[in-house]
Design a protein around this ligand. Sequence first.
Ligand code: B4P
Length: 192
Amino acid sequence: MRLLIMGPPGAGKGTQAKSIAEHFDIPAISTGDILRANVADGTPLGLEAQRIMAEGGYVGDDIMNGIVADRLAEDDCAKGFLLDGYPRTLPQVEAVDEILDRAGVELDAVLSLRVDVEELVSRLRKRAESEGRDDDSEQAIRVRQQKYLDETSPLLDVYRDRGLLVEVSGVGDVSEVTERIFQALDRVATAS
Ligand code: B4P
């Protein structure tokens, strides 16, 4: 299975990506995790990304496209993959299209996790208390939600028009949401 998981910040993409990847025996690739690992290691990319992430902005498309192209070229992605948090912009959609075209493969589905904004903000405030992530400050939470609405949510229409969008409610216990996702994606797997 070649999958994308999309949703606003705090929708539970990272939370659900791990279970989905295990279910389909594919690697989960989180661009947020890759960036955070670079920040932790103090790499040049990490130094550049740290400020952008803390403000709630998006790291540049060229950088993100290069990271994803390299990661998808690794052997473990031959059997499929789940991209978590990428693409977030139209140029990133075009880049992933190109990577897949070149490899002669296609996406099977794009999972959209839907959660209302009050619930998202409350989850991120809780995460700020438990994990202390720089980008979970009140100001960054607001910027990230707006950025998602302006730049990322229109991408759902692109994938809806291609007949790839699978929409699932991300509200409820984590295990309930996982079950809902498995049911929806298992239907896609059986049909393909
Ligand atoms: P991400 O790491 O993708 O962060 P996110 O959108 O906040 O997280 P997610 O939706 O995965 O939420 P989670 O499961 O943790 O990106 C971070 C930053 O990296 C971006 O803002 C950007 O700066 C940069 N970046 C990443 N990719 C990029 C790209 N392609 N281009 C440019 N920049 C990029 O869940 C959130 C919280 O909710 C957790 O605490 C979790 O425990 C809780 N939760 C999850 N499911 C729940 C449920 N069902 N009920 C209650 N709580 C739940």
